[in-house]
Design a protein around this ligand. Sequence first.
Ligand SMILES: NC(=O)c1ccc[n+]([C@@H]2O[C@H](COP(=O)([O-])OP(=O)(O)OC[C@H]3O[C@@H](n4cnc5c(N)ncnc54)[C@H](OP(=O)(O)O)[C@@H]3O)[C@@H](O)[C@H]2O)c1
Length: 270
Amino acid sequence: MAAITPLKKVLILGAYGMLGHDLQRAFPHAEFRGRDLDITDAGKIAKAIHNLNPTLVINASGYTDVDGCEDHRDLAFAVNGDSLVHISRACRDTGAVLIQYSSDYVFDGTKKSYREDDVPHPINVYGESKLLGEKNIQENMADYRIIRTSWLFGKHGKNFVETMLRLSSEMPQVRVVNDQFGKPTFTADLAQKTVDIAQSQPGIYHITNDGICSWYDFARAIIPNVVPCSTAEYPRKAKRPAYSVLTNTKTTPMRPWKEALKTYLKERTL
Ligand SMILES: NC(=O)c1ccc[n+]([C@@H]2O[C@H](COP(=O)([O-])OP(=O)(O)OC[C@H]3O[C@@H](n4cnc5c(N)ncnc54)[C@H](OP(=O)(O)O)[C@@H]3O)[C@@H](O)[C@H]2O)c1
C-alpha cells in the first residue's frame, strides 16, 4: 500500500496540553481545539469533525494523571477510552485519518522491552483506559495511527524535569526510584515525528527518544543532589510497570533522550 499524505486539513484535539502545544508548531496550519471541545461529548465531536471535514485528526487530549486515574476510574475511561468510539466513527464517516497517542503503561513490565505487536496487559487504571481507547479505534476504523510513547517532558506542561529542578532547590537530597526503566521522550521531537507518522502506513507505532534509563538515571542527568531508592520505599497509588521500554521496529529512531534533554534545558527558560 502506498503512503498517503493526509496533511491538507488537520484538526488537533487537546491542542493546549503539553504535547498539544508542540503539535501546534509541527502543524502550524491546523485547527486547534482545547477544552472548548469536550472529547467525551459525542454530539459535539461528530459535529466538529463533520463540519470541518479534515483529512487528519490528531487527538492529544487525555486524562494523564496516572495516580488520579485510580481515584477517578469513570472519568479515566470516559476520556481515554469511550471517547475514542465517537472520535473514530466520525473520522471513519468523513474519511479522515486519526492519530491517537497511547502509552507504555498498556504493558505490565514483566518483559524487558515491548514491540508494537506484543500483547498489552495493563496493571493500572490509566493503562487500562488507554488500552480501551486503542481497542475502540481498531474496532471502528482502519485508517489510524496509534503512537505509543513514554515519559514525556516538554516546555508546556508539568513534567518530571521541572519536578526534579524544583525539588532539588527545596531539599538537600531528592530520592528517586532506581528500579523502573523506560525511555524519556521530548514532546517537541514527538510532535515533529508525528508529521512523518501521519504519512506512514496505518497501525501501531512505538515512538520515543532513543536510550533506556531508570527514573534515577534520568534525574541524575538533570540535578546533582539525587539518591536512588526502590519502588517499595516510595509507594504510589497506581502500580507502575518495572520495564516499560518500548521498542520501535517500524520507523527511524529519534535522537537519544540525553541530547533531547540538553535542548530542553537550554530552551526551557527562553
Ligand atoms: N505525559 C506522559 O508522560 C505520557 C506518556 C505516554 C503517553 N502519553 C499520552 O500522550 C498524550 C498527551 O499527553 P500530555 O502529557 O501532553 O497530556 P496533558 O499535558 O495532560 O494534556 C492533555 C490535554 O487534554 C485535555 N483534556 C482532558 N480531558 C479533556 C476532555 N474531556 N476534552 C478535551 N480536552 C481534554 C487537558 O485539559 P486540562 O489541562 O484542562 O485538563 C489537556 O490540555 C495523552 O494521550 C497521553 O495519554 C503521555
